[in-house]
Design a protein around this ligand. Sequence first.
Ligand code: GLY
Length: 364
Amino acid sequence: MVNRREWLMGTACLPALRGAAPGPRNVVIASANGLRACTRAMEILQAGGDTLDAVIAGVNINEEDPEDTTVGYGGLPNEEGVVELDASVMHGPTRRCGAVAALRNIKTPSKVARLVMERTDHVMLVGEGALRFAKAHGFKEEDLLTEKARLAWLVWKESLRDRQGHSNWSDGLDAPLKPGAWLRRKFPGVDEATLAWAWEVATNPPTGTINCLALNARGEMSGVTSTSGLAWKIPGRVGDSPLPGAGLWVDQDVGAAGSTGRGEENIRVAGAHTIVENMRRGMSPKEACLDALERVARNFQHDRSRLARFDLVFYALRKDGEYAAASLWNGTIREGKLVPRRFAVNDGAGSRLEPCAFLLERKA
Ligand code: GLY
């Protein structure tokens, strides 16, 4: 028998939320770069903290880490060599959200997004306005471009050639050289591993991001998504991460979802909102993520050669603690080997990586 509240909240067809499943518990999930974020968030949940405090504290680790070149400080810059950050937060219990986009010079955009939620009557601030707002609240401006990210940006700039192999950013004499020799000559002081990484990100611009979702034992949920966005983007480009409904969605009655990967394709299916609504209609987190990915494939008429040019990962955490992640592709090919996609989980027994479900399979 469906009760009046379930009917009104649209959760009537969610069997797991109607008493069959165990009650809520502390669970944090995140993208694969979020192992430390999960650990930090779980510590806060276990101490009785708020779910939004937990996920933001977790994601701050990546935002402040110069080695994570897809988030915050050290993120890969736009085409002009300037780091621009996007982030969104959603707090289930109060049903509020906040976001910033194309924010420069502030290491922790998730904290600014939270302030937009708590200290304004708006949901999203962008660009110069977001920076002024952050400074008004005491954030310090810092140059977010690390030497490593600047090197990768220069390699990208200098790799852009016309049909004759010319570039305004090269001396014009190096065109016949193979990438390895050309790179070594241009950047003599840089080690091989860093050069190989710079060439990889220059020629395959990453859209890495961190998404982190939390549920506590009281059944409260929150989420955050934070990114430096697509490397070498046009200044002002905004991806899915700061867009409520695309990069992040939390519905306190049902669950939470988020995304990493190519934001443009996620925006075109409103991925996170689609997944939460799928769960409301009774799909498991895995089914809900795969259905959203199927919509992405449909947008390309299931043309594998075009779909092969990007990847997208969805993460879902249901209010009863069930969770999943699913990627468009089963993994990435590195040095001829398939590296399967994984995501981070912590349900109280330490952070670990678990395999993502996937829609499409590629072979090494
Ligand atoms: N998902 C991150 C971005 O596309 O900006």
